[in-house]
Design a protein. Sequence first.
Length: 258
Amino acid sequence: MSLYKHLFIQELKNRMSYRMDFLISVIAMISTNIAGYLTFWIIFQNFNSIGGYNYYEMMFFYGFYLITITPCQVFFSNNWNLSDKVYTGDFIKYCIKPVNTFFYYYSETYDFNGMIQGFIGLAVMGYSWKQLGISITLFKIILVICEAIFASLILISLMNLTAATSFITINSDSLLELVNKLKEYARYPITVYNYLFTFVFSMIIPIGYISFYPSMIILDNGYKTFYCYLTPIMGVGMFYLSYKIWMMCARRYSGTGS
């Protein structure tokens, strides 16, 4: 934790040394998430509900979605650089230091701009929470925090597993982009998709656990399937699996040669 703190502070200093670039990135992040909100607003100007869920319930899903994708963007943004470091041979430096390779690699880079979308997510979810009349209790708050943590582990695991293919294929950018696009489906209720996609998004590419299933536990509106209770198991299990596979692939890395 001491090493993590020093690496975090160093990266923060590095980012803040280019303040205009940081400011532009923040503005771009805010604009992107406002555009996402406007999409729902425009849709609900023409429809009363989506898959049986009203405007405020959809906003709750969207707010929870923004919160759960934030840790992946902030703390695991280095996934997007892995293929380049493997290709150039720069990854070798992470293999020769007396520290866990996985920890060292992901502790080196942070995307602080991603925190903005987390704050936007909190605001959107808080607003919809109030409009839906959900009671605010200590149990509910703890439940939201726990569900958000486990849900975020699922997206982190998917991105880590995809990035790990760089050790085999050298270039994983296309696969990362695919997973990044697929996660957008997590903004909508799984029930709007047919049975096949519901199964795929629940058990094969489990993006349903990024927002919908954990949100249903919190909303408690009567919709319950066994999937709703699997978020903690899926989160911890997938992260452990992704870590072991990532480390296994990293151990086989031998550099670019002479």
